[in-house]
Design a protein around this ligand. Sequence first.
Ligand code: ZN
Length: 180
Amino acid sequence: MKTKDQARLDEHITRALRRGLPATLTLPEWHRTVADFHGRCAYCGNADVSVIEHFVPVARGGGTTAGNCLPACEPCNSTKGGKHPDALDATLGAATLAGLRRYLTSRSTGADVVPRTPPPQRRRVGKGRTGKIVVKLTADQYRQISAAAAMSGETASGFLRRLAMMDAHERASFGKAGPQ
Ligand SMILES: [Zn+2]
């Protein structure tokens, strides 16, 4: 059975995917973010956190990733709305904003470790950090997936995780709309 958290996350994953944006955030990653902010709103410190907030809004090209999602209270979420973080300087203060940027950057750069060269035979893709998704590929498959991932600026493991997280409906509509 899906938890409320998972259902809410899936909604944000789907929203980003519909716009062709990165959507790699996993539930364990999200729980870590919430824990890092001690269960409080990342913008005001309010303890009544209720939403997954996109630092760069989805409408402005921000994906549903560990490097772009923050816990927020309802008032902050509606105040921020679709604003780009650059427009929040006056509201939040430069120091708070810089701190949030530093945090998100550290989360996005720490997320994926991908081998630098294509493997000779079979190789694991993804760290298996969450213990959930481990894919074994031939060297040819790995090359193809790396090339496809590079086209959307993703790592191979991020790309695979995104695919794995699409629900059957999304996959079906991607199939219809795809190039072949
Ligand atoms: Zn708040």
